[in-house]
Design a protein around this ligand. Structure first.
Ligand code: FES
Ligand code: FES
Length: 160
């Protein structure tokens, strides 16, 4: 039986077994290969996606649970803030092999696109569940910091 949900604003129906983790339907059936499989046990966040505004590990979140919901993957994160963040990552040399970056980008975009300027403590706390085996955390943090500064300079945050 097919499971229907929305991915990056488009309604889809997948035939991947409903008891299978969502990442397999995203990558293998829908061809959305930006979401990465790491630990398979909610320890690295490489597989992070947004489901109905909540961050979920797609390595354990089942296809059945996505039925009728709205899923956003890295491919669906577009627009000015995403462009600023991507550029800042490149400038900061954030990442080496890049395997962890899809999940980190999902979290970082949520932070940078918020209404108020996030503090470095908030950034570090949000990234706490993301593992990077290359040890590129310092450069990744620099990249996110650059993006926050760029959005701030454009007047993108509230002051209250
Ligand atoms: S692959 Fe999902 S948390 Fe590591
Ligand atoms: S850049 Fe290689 S795992 Fe993070």
């Amino acid at each position: 039986m097919a499971t229907a949900f929305t991915v990056n604003g488009k309604r889809v129906e997948v035939t991947t077994d409903a008891e299978t983790p969502l990442i397999y339907a995203l990558r293998n059936e829908l061809g959305l290969r930006g979401t990465r499989f790491g630990c398979g046990g909610e320890d690295c966040s490489a597989c992070l996606v947004i489901v109905d505004q909540t961050r979920r590990c797609s390595c354990t979140y089942l296809v059945a649970d996505a039925a009728g919901k709205s899923v956003q993957t890295i491919e669906g994160i577009t627009g000015n803030i995403a462009d600023i963040l991507r550029e800042a990552f490149v400038e900061a040399g954030a990442g080496q092999c890049g395997y962890c970056l899809s999940g980190i980008f999902v979290t970082a975009h949520e932070l940078v696109a918020g209404k108020q300027r996030p503090s470095i403590e908030e950034v570090k706390k949000s990234l706490g569940r993301h593992l990077c085996r290359c040890g590129a955390h310092a450069a990744i943090l620099r990249g996110i910091g650059k993006a926050i500064d760029a959005v701030d300079e454009l007047g993108g945050y509230r002051n209250d």
